[in-house]
Unconditional design. Structure first.
Length: 216
């Protein structure tokens, strides 16, 4: 290896000059690459944020349109169920026994609930009438009974589980937001998890004398 002392003055000057040029150039290149990487990352984050905002706006608009359509279908379902009446007729002397089912669809026990009528049609277990309402409205139609413990018990519905079994006798837990709203006599609209599937729902309470119930 040649000794630096053996190099000529010209070689030494060229080497020092190259060193003085290359060091700032490398430093500038590093800073430029770092700045470019930061700018590229910032632009990507801004584009992603803009994309997320657009997707959220589209989803919100779609849900708003679905809710408007649901409002029309609910009005039709209420007219078919109640007609001009604002309350459901309750017959406590003729209770109906419903089989209660757990989340897995297994029958656990039976429960007697009052017999309800609307426009002369018994709602309890009258699945043919509920099916007709569902066909006319083009959606899921369910009548719940608000239990004293706060659960919403399905007493008539065209909703079916994965095995095709009608979901009569299943219920919404008392601590669910839907049950809490209906228990306070307030309507609910929004997305809910029903039998392991997400639905956009509208729920409104209907009074039966001094007791609370629910119809779609």
């Amino acid at each position: 290896m040649p000794n630096i002392r053996d190099l000529s003055i010209r070689t030494k000057l060229v080497s020092v000059t190259l060193l003085l040029v290359l060091v700032p150039l490398l430093a500038v290149s590093f800073l430029s690459l770092n700045r470019f990487d930061s700018a590229l990352r910032k632009a990507a984050e801004e584009d992603l944020e803009h994309l997320v905002r657009n997707i959220f706006a589209m989803c919100s608009l779609q849900e708003e349109m679905v809710q408007k359509e649901l409002g029309k279908r609910m009005a039709l379902a209420r007219m078919l169920l109640l007609g001009d009446a604002s309350r459901i007729h309750r017959d406590p002397e003729r209770p109906v026994k419903l089989p209660l089912r757990d989340t897995e669809g297994k029958e656990t026990r039976g429960l007697e609930v009052p017999s309800w009528k609307a426009e002369g049609v018994r709602l309890n277990l009258d699945q043919d009438f509920i099916d007709r309402v569902g066909e006319l409205t083009g959606g899921i139609c369910t009548v719940f009974y608000l239990l004293p413990s706060g659960e919403l018990l399905r007493i008539a519905t065209n909703l079916r589980d994965k095995e095709g079994v009608r979901a009569v006798g299943t219920f919404i837990p008392a601590d669910n937001f839907v049950s809490l709203m209906i228990g306070q006599g307030k309507p609910f609209k929004g997305r809910t998890l029903v039998l392991d599937e997400w639905y956009i729902n509208r729920v409104r309470p209907v009074l039966a004398k001094k007791e609370k119930s629910w119809a779609p």
